[in-house]
Design a protein around this ligand. Structure first.
Ligand code: ATP
Ligand code: PAF
Ligand code: BAL
Length: 279
């Protein structure tokens, strides 16, 4: 597995492969890898010849400095996991490599930018699309894999790709969960034992809404889900919503084509997100 730290090294690796017609997949990550990330690598292998994983903790998408400072960075373990998964190359640039000079970035991502995560992490999706565009420019992949766990992120990245007319296929990969239902996430490492137990309320509330979808109105379902959070000390709900899966506006009718339940909550000091597609 190649370890590439500069854009020049990346280009030297990838250009000859593209020149002979190899299909290149990019799996962007911030490291602290788990089986959710590995599932993205596995799916990439099914649709491309060369798999490149990027590891970069992108400062411009963090709205909370403490969150950035304590983001886990177990790089040796990550490299071992990627090698075992059959990844061809890892792109792990420094902050200076990706941001050599101060720059302004602002693109129109549509009204969904300001909802949900965009409301609680203001400017987050400008930072995410800024770095993903840089990664796309550096790798020039044919296809890029993203997790459904970051549902809104996939929507924002698709909007960015449309904005720049990039010829890149964006694939949404299913959420990988622990056996008790908790969605795998790099930040789960911060959950102390009681928090770990309490964290199950996210997936339980989502499952409740999916299971009882036909029994009640949308607003009643949301109320019942929210009530589950009130029962637990040490969990602070940011939002629980049933939304239109195409634009993330609160769903107005059960007849809408795509519906998704989305949740974000602070469990102890750790903020978690999760979602389940209803239809
Ligand atoms: N449980 C999961 N199942 C499938 N994909 C996942 C899962 N967790 C993360 N991903 C995807 O992996 C990619 C990289 O995510 P990232 O490195 O931020 O990891 P993470 O676990 O989401 O970390 P955190 O949410 O704590 O930042 C993203 O596209 C993300 O959606
Ligand atoms: C897509 C991404 C790698 C951009 O930094 C990040 O937001 C993530 O890990 O989901
Ligand atoms: N997985 C999304 C990246 C972030 O939380 O910043």
């Amino acid at each position: 597995m190649e370890i590439l730290k500069t854009k020049i090294a990346l280009e030297t690796f990838v250009s000859p492969l593209k020149a002979i017609g190899k299909k290149v997949a990019l799996v962007p990550t911030m490291g602290a890898l788990h089986n959710g990330h590995i599932s993205l690598i596995d799916l990439a292998k099914q649709s491309a010849d060369i798999i490149i994983c990027s590891i970069f903790v992108n400062p411009t998408q963090f709205t909370d400095l403490k969150d950035l400072e304590k983001y886990p960075r177990p790089i040796e373990h990550d490299l071992e996991m990627l090698k075992n998964a059959g990844c061809d190359a890892v792109f792990m640039p420094s902050v200076d490599e990706m941001y050599p000079k101060e720059e302004h970035w602002h693109i129109d991502l549509g009204p969904a930018e300001f909802l949900l995560e965009g409301e609680f992490r203001k400017g987050h999706y400008q930072g995410v699309t800024q770095i993903v565009k840089k990664l796309f420019d550096a790798v020039k992949p044919d296809i890029a894999m993203f997790g459904q766990k970051d549902f809104q992120q996939v929507l924002m990245i698709k909007n960015m790709v449309a904005h720049f007319h990039l010829p890149i296929q964006i694939v949404t990969c299913p959420i990988i969960r622990e056996s008790d239902g908790l969605a795998m996430s790099s930040r789960n490492i911060h959950l102390l034992s009681l928090d770990r137990e309490n964290s199950l309320v996210l997936s339980k509330a989502l499952k409740f809404v999916v299971a009882h979808f036909n029994d009640n109105s949308l607003r009643k379902l949301e109320e019942s889900a929210k009530a589950l959070f009130e029962l637990i000390d040490g969990v602070e709900l940011d939002y629980f919503t049933i939304a239109n899966g195409d634009n993330l506006q609160p769903a107005q009718s059960k007849n809408e084509h795509h519906l998704v339940a989305l949740v974000a909550a602070k469990v102890g000091k750790t903020r978690l997100i999760d979602n389940m597609i209803i239809k």
